[in-house]
Design a binder for this molecule. Structure first.
Ligand SMILES: C[S@@+](CC[C@H](N)C(=O)[O-])C[C@H]1O[C@@H](n2cnc3c(N)ncnc32)[C@H](O)[C@@H]1O
Length: 240
């Protein structure tokens, strides 16, 4: 029996509240859209958002790259339904949902011209192996935007950061309300931190991260530390 587990469905209920009020998350989103916006995708190219959560990345990419087919891969039913209802509201015809884990989907997945994984790889049972499998599905020259939590989540540090960022912008009352509605986020992040601590979730430093990417047949165009020092971000191309 696991002592700790992340309830992604509970997390999903407050996920977008966190996403909207977290400037560090918004920075990753802007970085990703910049990379997808300038990559030379062609008509009919496939892009997968693996562990896509509530669709904050895949939906924006589907809008940005109307010539591409965007596949949103997500195992949690609440996360997946939240993404689906947003995509349906926007009437996106180039966005589709696969309710599956990365490990199950990737074996039979079609070849891909682009992949995005944001804060999902570290939660997977064998991230290093899954990175290799995803890389093998990428077409030569294909783009992979990866941002992955590598360092242990310090809950108080994040609470202080979110408080500062929001109290200044929205005032104390609204920020207090946001914190109380965001309780599932706190619970999920506490579980994430415990699972990182006991080794269930992958923790990495930038050097180890880049070694895994290079060993998987990727060339790294850019690599940086993101998400306030907690995550490793890499823009990769599949080597020919
Ligand atoms: C922290 S959320 C990130 C969601 C989204 N990428 C974002 O940044 O907004 C992590 C996501 O990974 C998903 N996940 C967990 N295990 C997974 C697996 N084995 N395969 C694919 N996705 C997984 C969770 O359900 C959750 O939606």
């Amino acid at each position: 029996m696991k002592l700790w587990d992340v309830n992604w469905s509970d997390y999903a209920t407050a996920y977008d509240l966190m996403a909207t009020h977290n400037p560090a998350y918004q920075e990753i989103r802007e970085r990703a859209l910049l990379e997808f916006g300038k990559h030379p995708f062609r008509e009919g190219d496939r892009i997968a958002d693996i562990g896509g959560g509530t669709g904050n990345f895949s939906i924006a990419i589907a809008e940005l790259c109307p010539q591409c087919e965007v596949i949103h891969v997500e195992p949690d039913p609440t996360m997946a339904s939240a993404a689906e209802s947003k995509a349906n509201k926007m009437g996106l015809s180039n966005w589709s949902l696969v309710r599956s884990s990365a490990e199950s989907w990737i074996r039979e997945a079609p070849s891909l011209a682009g992949v995005i994984t944001v804060h999902s790889l570290y939660t997977m049972p064998n991230p290093q192996h899954t990175i290799q499998q995803i890389s093998h599905k990428l077409l030569p020259g294909g783009l992979w935007f990866i941002c992955d939590l590598g360092r242990k989540m310090r809950i108080l540090d994040w609470a202080a950061y979110l408080w500062r960022a929001n109290a200044k912008r929205y005032g104390i009352l609204r920020t207090l309300k946001m914190f109380s509605r965001g309780y599932p986020v706190l619970t999920a992040n506490r579980a994430i931190s415990k699972m990182q601590h006991c080794g269930t979730f992958w923790r990495h430093q930038s050097e180890e991260f880049s070694t895994v990417l290079l060993d998987s047949g990727l060339s790294i165009v850019r690599q940086e530390v993101a998400y306030r020092g907690y995550s490793d971000l890499a823009v990769c191309l599949r080597s020919t």
